[in-house]
Design a protein around this ligand. Sequence first.
Ligand code: SF4
Ligand code: SF4
Length: 390
Amino acid sequence: MFWREPLFNEDLLWGLDFEASSYCNAKCPLCVRHVDGSPILNPHLQQVNITLQNIKDWFPLEVVKKVGKLSFCGNYGDPCMTPELINIINYFKNYGPAPTVIRTNGGPRNVQFWKEIGKICDTTVFSVDGLKDTNHLYRIGVNWDKVVRNMRACVESANEFGNKVEWEFLIFKHNAHQVEEAKQLCIDLGIHTIQFKRPVGMDHHNSKEHPSFIVRDKTGVPKYTLDLSEEHYLEGYSPVLKNIEDVGKVDIKKTYEYLKNNKKEELDFNNYKELEDCNINCKMNKTSGEQRVVDMFIAATGDLLPCCFIATDYQNPHSETYKQLQKYLPIEKVSLHNNKFENILELFDNNISSNWNSKHEEGKLIKCSQICGTFNTLNKSFYNKERVSF
Ligand code: SF4
Ligand code: SF4
């Protein structure tokens, strides 16, 4: 037993990681919301907001009282897009002081909203990848002046209520020279910490290459490239830098139709043999301060899933592991709209954690081996680089 353990162990609590909305104001090219680096939306995306009524329907009070950590982030959307975010956080806070973290691109909403967020969230993390002249190259559609205004409002109120504001900065080739300036801006704005990160999705492990990622407009015309900063090249990997003038237009409509009408039907277990015998150290087994918590992910669609990593592939019919995930976590069984919280946790225990010592073909999730196996591709020290507190 893993996910149901807090039911029987009073020292254990649950951590809830919400995708409060699958709407977003931004159009980040590497985000799963989009097709092929363009602003065209993924045909499988269901745009939906979690409401306070959903929370009341999905989580009985005895569960709400056992929440020891709240997180608002999301695979397909920004949490600040849901109109009821503040009501939802306050609802949980009424029943216990669960530490609350929110991650956002910082663009949506007004000053009043950000003052409230600074007041009620223990940590607010702004994902801002550069400065005025570069942030929009990745966070397409996010207005720099609004981000700075919102950071300022949030810091002011966080200071008043003893909370923290952090800045997360993805380092690319186009913004790597702005690291020191960003630290100075943190000091000027009163931001407490800055975390520099290496972007996910810029490494081709099979070919051992770092190819340029092409950013396209909605018709498929290439606009510019995103490249890794040299200091983040892996040993033995070569950069494959493309000149945007030499990159052709793609038929985004055709790609969209293909993605819409096809899904990955085959899964070749032989491709994952070398991962099979790894030990699993599940990242959902967490500590929050002194408290041990068992974490899980709630998608904006109402699907309760073991973690955000599984949720990303679970909602993407083209991912390699989609078919295996659907087999062990059938859609009709994981939806909080038609199944109870505790029943879904029982499914996780029976189909996920109890298979961590078996073979992939017998039920051990390939995704678990990839993310939390002995060779951990999402190792924090691999993606999290310099961290500075002021
Ligand atoms: S802000 Fe987040 S959800 Fe929105 S497009 Fe960017 S990565 Fe995706
Ligand atoms: S991938 Fe599997 S092992 Fe890793 S956090 Fe998710 S559920 Fe846990």
